[in-house]
Design a protein around this ligand. Structure first.
Ligand code: 5RP
Length: 232
């Protein structure tokens, strides 16, 4: 890992560990996010479990489930729990109102389903994820059915973006749910609520990476050593 990458990873770890230390209590049901920042939260949750905390954990992806099990965490199915007390997850962009773009890690659908069953969603990011306006740094990932996906792409582009089918390791990326992802590049999203309502009615769209009014707290770590918590 290069020096810059190591520093970014340290920032991710600092935010993730603070989230677990501040919000996860013995006996809770905990949602485990996906991605390189959530990874550090999963490891910290594993440390708590190994200390004797009794936690029920729900994973937002197969990747997370595997990491959790390697850390000694027992993962249960979402439908085995009534509600999740706290979920700790990463994000690709966070705006000043704590609205989010998620899904560059490919898990947006399960992340959104888990978030919808969560009482308190904590987002952990390093400061590079903060933006004044959503869609200025990150494309908006949209999960679509394989069937007719080129038609879905055209309909997405009518919303004012360039939609690029995601490829990973030279192959079309397929989500845990068997779907494709289009990364939709906007030159900034002026009204995320309106855009979300337009995208979600396109036949073939399964869900999109706008997570609006989802985060209850956002923990942001900065290179100057500062860690701050944004609250609603
Ligand atoms: C996965 C996600 C991730 O939380 C998001 O992509 C951030 O990932 P990372 O912490 O690796 O930057 O939404 O679907």
């Amino acid at each position: 890992m290069g020096k810059g990458t190591q520093m970014t990873d340290d920032l991710k770890r600092i935010a993730a560990e603070k989230a677990v230390d501040d919000f996860v209590k013995d006996g809770m049901t905990v949602g485990l996010g996906t991605g390189s920042t959530a990874y550090h939260a999963i490891r910290r949750v594993g440390e708590l479990v190994n200390k004797g905390f009794k936690l029920k954990c729900v994973a937002t992806s197969l990747q997370t489930e595997n990491i959790a099990e390697e850390c000694g965490i027992t993962v249960v199915d979402l439908d085995e729990v009534d509600q999740i007390d706290v979920t700790i997850d990463g994000a690709d962009e966070v705006d000043p109102d704590m609205q989010l773009i998620k899904g560059l890690g490919g898990a947006l659908l399960r992340e959104k389903i888990v978030a919808a069953s969560t009482a308190f969603e904590v987002i952990v990011v390093d400061e590079s994820k903060l933006v004044e306006k959503l869609g200025t740094k990150s494309p908006l990932p949209v999960e679509v059915l394989k069937f007719g996906h080129l038609k879905t792409k055209k309909a997405l582009e009518r919303q004012g973006c360039i939609a690029v089918l995601r490829v990973k390791d030279d192959k079309t990326f397929v989500t845990d749910n068997g779907n494709y992802v289009y990364d939709c590049k906007f030159s900034g999203i002026d009204n995320p609520f309106f855009l979300e309502s337009r995208i979600n009615v396109i036949p073939g769209v399964v869900d999109n990476g706008l997570f609006l009014n989802t985060a209850a707290a956002v923990i942001v770590s900065s290179a100057d050593g500062n860690v701050r918590v944004m609250n609603r």
